[in-house]
Design a protein around this ligand. Structure first.
Ligand SMILES: Cc1cc2nc3c(=O)[nH]c(=O)nc-3n(C[C@H](O)[C@H](O)[C@H](O)COP(=O)(O)OP(=O)(O)OC[C@H]3O[C@@H](n4cnc5c(N)ncnc54)[C@H](O)[C@@H]3O)c2cc1C
Length: 294
């Protein structure tokens, strides 16, 4: 690791001022679980490291709040999201997804903002947040803007975030009434590994018709992605096993998995079809259960 200067501002404005002053030479440090590894490997070498720990009690950055849907502060840890009663009640998909990340030790340190800015395509939260139509609120000294999560991931470990911007909040719009969700992580090796393929789905039904579909994958390309061809093939179609099978098969047109020690690209393509079908089926079952309980 090369030498760097470390600062820990107590207020958000100071963080934004430092990011503006130091631009690409600076990095913020949230949980440190992603960045420190990259620094040790000299893949990232910031001259200036801005610790966010002192901001962890700021309501905007650290709270989970109902707001029509939900807003989640960027410094909320994976463990806080997994164990939040509000999230378990309102968005069990997120509680389940964050529970799948690594180990309790990592989840206690890692933050949702860090996970998104890190943009490792193998991470678990992005597919679930994509099917929930999440948006990011980001802030710099010059003001605020919102970015749709589906526009945020640009390339391998690259995002639409400017060097002087900080993610402050993740906004989840209201969940469609009666929608069913699912998250499946295929991990044939150890329990705390990254996914070989991960798929999230959200399905809304109108009687026996699929009214709306969201399907997203992780570990399937250089970025997490929405499987739009699959979604289009489901939208407005009658709810039959054949429609689901045919739609899931289209996922191979949209992914470009990288071969690694978790499997060849071809194997991951095959698994993407299998797990896309299962994720859709599970979300449909949940939507039917929700309808039954109304
Ligand atoms: C052993 C191990 C196993 C893991 N297994 C999994 C797994 O199974 N599934 C999974 O999903 N993930 C896994 N991870 C990845 C882990 O979830 C990420 O490293 C983590 O989410 C990053 O969050 P962090 O708060 O630690 O970010 P940091 O490491 O602090 O930062 C990561 C990047 O985000 C930037 N950043 C942080 N916060 C902000 C912000 N608010 N605004 C703008 N930029 C910001 C930093 O500058 C840095 O570039 C694993 C990590 C480890 C070390």
């Amino acid at each position: 690791m090369i030498a760097f200067e470390y600062v820990e501002p107590e207020i958000l404005e100071e963080v934004l001022t430092l990011l503006e002053q130091h631009g690409e030479d600076a990095k913020v440090l949230a949980g440190g679980t992603g960045l420190v590894n990259l620094m040790k490997q000299r893949l990232v070498q910031p001259a200036y490291l801005i610790g966010l720990r002192q901001l962890a009690r700021s309501p905007e950055l650290a709270e989970i709040r109902p707001n029509g849907g939900l807003t989640i502060g960027a410094l909320c840890s994976h463990r806080a999201i997994e164990t939040s009663a509000l999230i378990q009640h309102r968005l069990p998909l997120l509680a389940t997804t964050f529970q799948h990340v690594a180990s309790v030790r990592i989840r206690t340190a890692a933050t949702i903002g860090g996970s998104l800015a890190h943009a490792d395509p193998n991470q678990d939260p992005p597919p679930a947040l994509l099917v929930l139509d999440a948006r990011l609120r980001v802030q710099s000294r010059h003001g605020e803007r919102e970015i749709e999560l589906s526009d945020f991931f640009v390339d391998y470990y690259e995002t639409a975030l400017e060097p002087e911007e900080l993610i402050t909040t993740i906004i989840i719009p209201p969940h469609p009434v009666g929608a069913g969700t699912s998250f499946l992580k295929f991990l044939p090796q150890t329990h705390d590994d990254y996914a070989t393929i991960a798929v999230a789905a959200r399905i809304s039904l109108d009687g026996d018709t699929i009214a709306q579909a969201r399907v997203a994958l992780g570990a399937a390309a250089a970025t997490p992605l929405r499987a739009r061809a699959v979604e289009t093939a489901l939208h407005g179609q009658p709810l039959t096993p054949q429609v689901i099978r045919d739609a899931a098969a289209l996922v191979t047109e949209e992914i470009d998995p990288l071969a690694d020690f978790r499997g060849s690209a071809e194997y991951k393509r095959d698994m993407a079809v299998v797990f896309t079908q299962r994720a859709i089926e599970r979300a449909v079952t949940r939507a039917q259960e929700a309808r039954g309980s109304v």
